[in-house]
Structures are given as structure tokens and as C-alpha cells.
Design a protein around this ligand. Sequence first.
Ligand code: URA
Length: 274
Amino acid sequence: MARETDRQAASPPPEGERLQKVLARAGIGSRRACDDLVASGRVTVNGVGAVAGQRVDPRHDLVAVDGVPVPVAPGLVYYLLNKPAGVVTTASDPGRRRTVLDLVPATPRVFSVGRLDYDTEGLLVLTNDGELAHRLAHPSHGVAKEYLVEVEGTPGPGALRRLREGVELDDGWTASAVVRQVAPGALRIVVHEGRNRQVRRMLEAVGHPARRLVRTRIGPVSDTALAPGRWRPLSGEEVGALYAASAEGAGGGRRQARAAAPVGAAPRRTGGGR
Ligand code: URA
């Protein structure tokens, strides 16, 4: 007995945290469900198939489910902000206008994923997860962004066709977009690029400038209950879905992604407004 106690005292504590606990904390599911995921071979750690009971270092190990990275590092935060008009997306503004960082908690320091113009309203993700920000901002990932826009006049079939098929801007042709007229002067537009003032420039090019532009969806994330100026944390499920959407785009699954999320389909909505 005394020898067993000596041996326990001599052996170092097991390193890292249990994988199923880390996955559960990241919002993948209950510990039991995460155990099942590991057992079914869908989880990898640093590219190698995970095994039951494995321990990981969440700060350094790359954990993935079905090949999609899971953000497991401690201290990562993800906010969904409904940006009002009249707020800049930069971290600081020389003109001392209000910035999006004034609307979310000051610590930990976050940055916006992409940007919305000063006058554009709607959904913006802010995070300190550089990997997600990089994936969502990178053109090859092409995550769908949906906008509701009030335009001047009523675009006819020719203008709508041009918006859908591609418009020549001063930085090149736009990729095809999904465009639906929802009222005489109102369009729902889904683009997969993130060029500067892209939607406004597309509409100017076809002679129907935007009067009001609102982003209503980023990939799988939307929230019609989040009031302008308010934010809420993204759920682990939503963060996972954003990672998955960015992986789809990079893998050439853009057409699939479009088919899976047609304009007008009710996007998944989670959480409540703050
Ligand atoms: N397209 C625009 O023109 N402006 C935005 O803020 C976002 C997309």
C-alpha cells in the first residue's frame, strides 16, 4: 500500500485535458456525444485520428471534426454585432466617430471580421480568433453574405440579370450573385466576395444606387431579433458552422453552399437579442 502511494506521488500528473471535455467546452456537444464522435473516427488532433481517452493541449493542438478545425484555445471570444448606420468598422477613427469596438466589451481586445461601410447596417462578427478571421476574410473561402437593400428606382430584368451574372467594376468583374427582387425598390443580394463597397458599387453600375444597405446573414449565421447597436456571443455551434462554411468555400463547395442556402430560405437563427 505504502509502495503504491509512493508510486502515485512519483508519477507526474497526466498532461493536457481530456479531448471530449475540450470538445464539449467548444460547444460541439455533450461529453458523451463527443466521446461518440471520437469513437466514430471523426476527430483528429494535429491531423492524426484521435483515440478514446486522449489528452490534448488546447492552446497548441489543432483539433478538427470532419476535417474542420474546432476553436478550443481558452480565452477566445466571438460576438455577433448588429451594426447601426453611422458607426465606423475601424479600431479607431481620427475623426473620433463611434467605432464598432465602442459597442462590444473592451476586453479581451477583439477585431472585426471584414467590414461594413459607415452607412451600412447589419451583422458583423468580432473576435480575437485570428484563424477564423483569416478564413472568413480570405477570398478563396467565399462565405456567403446576404444583404437586404433599398435602391433608387425599380431595377428591370436587364439590371437584375447584370447583377446576377457579373458587373464590371473598376477593380474587375464581380462573380455571379444571387439576386431576388423582394419589393419594387428592394432586393435581397447574396455575394461570396468581400470587395470594398462591393454591393453599393454593383448597384451604382446598373443605375440603381443603394439608399439603405443591411447585412442580414454571414454564412450560416443570422439573427432577426438582435436590435441595432446590440451584440450577443456566438454559440459554439455557430462558430463551428462558420468554420465549416469557410472550409466549404475553400474546397470548391461554393456551388453546393449556394444550393444549400437559397435566398429566401429561412436561415438558421439562434440565440436572442441583447
Ligand atoms: N457592400 C457594400 O457596398 N458595403 C458594405 O458595407 C458591405 C458590402
